[in-house]
Write a protein that binds this ligand. Structure first.
Ligand code: IPM
Ligand code: MN
Length: 345
């Protein structure tokens, strides 16, 4: 495609700062003949306070007109917990059917990890994005009493599980090691766990070259710390994926470098790319935020839109920048400038 029509949502806190650098690197990496058009949207805490709106149907219609969405961060301590999460982030994932939540983890040379002995970490988590305990199915009875009962129902459909499992098998097949690990808790969650396991085993028949493996989620957290090299592609449920990808980020350079894509592989709706980190209000506006995670999210965005060589150029620029990163702290803008120079040359 020779044009990219991008919706940009800087959001709250450090979102604006990191997104500016992401766009700078994006402009620098694109060849002359690819036209980049961006439209900025003002979602987040400010808009919520001013209008009470988080994400309206008209907003969704406007976003839908784009090839992809780049998001900085949404969230502010002035907004009650859950309002922007449910009203914006999850609403967008559900409305645009972002069922593949892609979260790669690579420990790049020169990057500090709390793990001993600089292990090899190069895996990708395919987190289901539209089901599980995130659907908002649940309720409270006898609220506020000592006998309050709250339920949070995990919804798992054969359709939803199969499509994400298929996506993960295809990704594993395309990687050199061709290994896929299902992470669940089928010894306790016997209904959802068995659905996942049965579908996983069924689809595995179609991928004889892919080595498969199963781990309970608790055991997976152990191996993510003691033997992360064993992982290549992981497929898992929405909540398990939320938790293990924070752990994965922590061992592979921290949330300063963790990128993600909320992907609708069919292309019926635009996919959304964002750093895994939040809005970090404590350091907002100080030029201290590391834009690397956003820049790597731009690489995922480009790959999704078919601009593979530009995606690789960004990833190589980030790897080179991290390898040469000294101990002197750089500003958000300095890191963005350095990456822009590297991808352009
Ligand atoms: C994430 C976040 C979100 C999630 C929250 C903010 C809704 O933690 O993207 O990982 O739980 O998915
Ligand atoms: Mn999370």
């Amino acid at each position: 495609s020779h044009s990219i029509n991008l919706a940009v949502i800087p959001g709250d806190g450090i979102g604006q700062e990191v997104v500016s650098q992401g766009l700078k690197v994006l402009s620098a990496v694109l060849p002359q003949d690819v036209k980049l058009e961006t439209k900025e949207f003002d979602f987040g805490a400010k808009r919520y306070h001013a209008t009470g709106e988080t994400l309206t149907d008209a907003d969704l219609d406007a976003l839908k007109q784009h090839d992809a969405i780049l998001l900085g961060a949404i969230g502010d301590p002035s907004v009650p917990s859950g309002v922007l999460e449910r009203g914006f982030l999850l609403k967008l994932r559900f409305a645009f059917d972002h069922h593949v939540n892609l979260r790669p983890s690579r420990l790049l040379p020169g990057v500090a990890t709390p793990l001993a002995g600089q292990p090899v970490i190069d895996f990708v988590v395919v987190r289901e994005g539209t089901e599980g305990p995130y659907t908002g199915n649940g309720g409270t009875i006898r609220k506020g009493t000592e006998h309050e009962v709250a339920t949070e129902v995990s919804v798992n459909t054969a359709f939803g599980v199969e499509r994400v499992v298929r996506d993960a098998f295809a990704r594993a097949q395309a990687r050199p090691r061709k290994k896929l690990t299902l992470v669940h808790k089928n010894n306790v969650l016997t209904f959802a766990g068995h659905l996942w396991t049965n579908i996983f085993d069924k689809v595995a028949q179609e991928y004889p070259e892919v080595t498969t493996d199963y781990l309970h989620v608790d055991a997976a957290t152990i191996f993510l710390v003691t033997d992360p090299a064993r992982f290549d592609v992981i497929v898992t449920d929405n909540l398990f994926g939320d938790i293990i990808t924070d752990l994965a980020a922590a061992v592979s350079g921290g949330i300063g470098v963790a990128a993600s894509g909320n992907i609708n592989p069919s292309g019926d709706f635009p996919s959304m790319f964002e750093p895994v980190h939040g809005s970090a209000p404590d350091i907002a506006g100080q030029g201290k935020a590391d834009p690397t995670a956003t820049v790597l999210s731009v690489a995922l965005l480009l790959r999704h839109l078919g601009h593979e060589s530009e995606a690789v150029r960004i990833e190589e620029a980030v790897a080179a920048d991290l390898a040469e990163r000294g101990t002197t702290p750089r500003t958000t803008e300095e890191i963005g400038d350095a990456l822009a120079v590297r991808v352009a040359s």
